[in-house]
Design a protein around this ligand. Sequence first.
Ligand SMILES: [Zn+2]
Length: 374
Amino acid sequence: MYKSSVLKRLLFAILILLVLLSSTECWAKRKKKSAEESLQASVKREVVLGDKIAEEIAKNMKFNEDPIYTARVRGIFNKLTPWTTRPLPYKIHIVKEKSPNAFCVPGGNIYVTTGLLNFVRSDAELAFVIAHELAHANGKHVIVQMERNQKLSLAALAVAIASRGAGAAIMLSNIAAVAMANAYSRDLEQEADLNGADLAERAGYDLIAGVTVMESLAEEELKQPWFDPGVYRDHPKISERIRYIADVVEKKGYKLHRKYVLKLLIPTLTEEGGNLIFKIDSTEISRAQKTPETLKSYETALQMTSDHLQMETPAYDIRVSSPHGHGGGVYAGVKPLYLSTFPGGTDGLETIRKRFLIALNEARKKHPMADYAM
Ligand SMILES: [Zn+2]
């Protein structure tokens, strides 16, 4: 997903391994085999390669073994892997690194950073990122990308590395910038988004999380001066991926409602000194002395707000109105949020409308990169 200097070094090491392995593969003796046997053989080769890369990674990076982190990550991972289609021995590792990131190497080793675990706002967001990497691994994307990249001149590099001369060092440093194998071209990235969304959906996760986590990454990107999208010109922009994932989600028949995965715009009812307080996040909407009637009203208001107030609700849609046959209230479009019969509703609807707007605005400020009109 992202690039960093540590990853650069690592992926560079991976590149060298890939080069060596793919060149030996080219000259490997070829026998006639059944499709089944050759599939097994190719998976086996890939796993051997992947394990070598994993060893290199283990030398260069520190892992987080905190049981709280590992339990969470493995729980999600184990829900996703049954839905992959290639028989790889999938494994997941948590790398100690501050920047939010995830990547995969051939053979089924998936890596997430502690930065990512602190960055996501729900298990569904984490599941989407892991599913995306699983889709890359399942689709053999690292190998596909390596084969495509003409600049690498694999055979020449293999010879140079074998010579261990000064030329090799220069060659390697020139390639270092290109060696961030985690940057896939557009079609592979989209394939991973699409197949990753399928995996996450089958595992029972809310797909909207795919949109919200990318929107959060877009915000993160603004804060990262080292982020350089120029190296891979074909690499899709985050904004483009957000649009693409949103399309996938909508085509699958889901409404783009972000609040559930973001845990924002959540109505609550609390009791304090005999009073009931109806809030949305930290914004108080209304309060009244607790009676069976006020409790019933607030419970209805809570349900209405839960169902009808979304991050995507346009501010101008929230208004005081009196549809005929009803006593009036605060509405989001044609859906009621708060009725005049509720506490404070008789003459305070305008105040209550303003508080709903404040709550909406506060929630959006916490997730600012979203295009709520899309
Ligand atoms: Zn990707």
